[in-house]
Design a binder for this molecule. Structure first.
Ligand code: GLP
Length: 233
């Protein structure tokens, strides 16, 4: 695992942008994408660039159960507004929050991932070390699951909703096993709130208590962090 510490989010996001640009120049066709505030500066750089994504495919990590793509709190809406509406991709995949067959949605999404092997997987990290919505306790080798969000994640996400009661309690998330199949993995983390999770990811044992620690088992992971997120290393 390579840890690169930057003065600020902008510099780290620029480095992530360069890695994606080089990857595309070297044949990357499928990007695994993430939501949350951490990748926003990177998406701004992608949309401001002259890179052409019209031959690219994206596969997103997760989606809230019960939210439609038109709901401005859904991850589909987030991706459309931050990236896809500005830079069209060939195909974009996000789990379907309104899947009528909820039991089948994880298997359907696993098939999407199998059909579109991910060249570069982008990740943020939760304060409790979650990646995607794989909360502590999730299997480190699993596929897509319907997951029950922890109170800490609900609290962290409540700022985006009018009322905490509106925050969905379930999500579909790509599993850690699927994430680890990405050929190259980039994890972005900024701010002091992430320092404990980054320490556990890099220095802790590989344990379900910190889902991101499973990244230690992958041979091409780059953490792009600011000084605050790196402050406990
Ligand atoms: C959510 C998302 C994660 C994201 C995390 C951190 O829980 N499911 O993919 O990494 O939030 O978000 P932020 O980047 O806003 O700190």
């Amino acid at each position: 695992m390579q840890v690169r510490v930057f003065n600020n989010k902008d510099e780290a996001s620029q480095a992530a942008f360069e890695i994606i640009k080089d990857g595309m120049a070297n044949g990357a066709k499928t990007l695994g994408l993430a939501t949350g505030s951490s990748p926003v500066a990177l998406y701004d750089k992608m949309t401001a660039s002259d890179l052409d994504f019209s031959n690219m495919t994206s596969v997103n990590l997760d989606e809230y159960v019960g939210l439609s793509g038109d709901n401005d709190q859904s991850y589909r809406y987030f991706m459309n507004s931050h990236l896809f509406n500005k830079k069209p991709f060939k195909e974009t995949f996000v789990p379907n929050g309104l899947a009528t067959d909820a039991d089948n949605e994880p298997a359907r999404y696993d098939q999407v991932i199998a059909n579109h092997p991910i060249d570069i997987q982008l990740l943020g990290i939760g304060r409790n070390g979650h990646i995607g919505f794989n909360e502590p306790g999730s299997p480190l080798d699993g596929g897509t699951q319907k997951v029950h969000l922890t109170q800490s994640t609900i609290d962290a996400n409540a700022r985006f909703f009018a009322d905490e009661k509106d925050v969905p309690t379930y999500a579909y998330s790509m599993g850690i096993g699927s994430i680890l199949k990405g050929k190259k993995i980039l994890l972005l983390a900024f701010g002091e709130d992430k320092a404990d999770a980054i320490k556990a990811t890099v220095e802790g044992p590989v344990t379900t208590d910190c889902p991101a620690s499973a990244l230690q088992n992958h041979d091409d992971v780059i953490l792009l962090v600011d000084e605050a997120a790196a402050s406990k290393l």
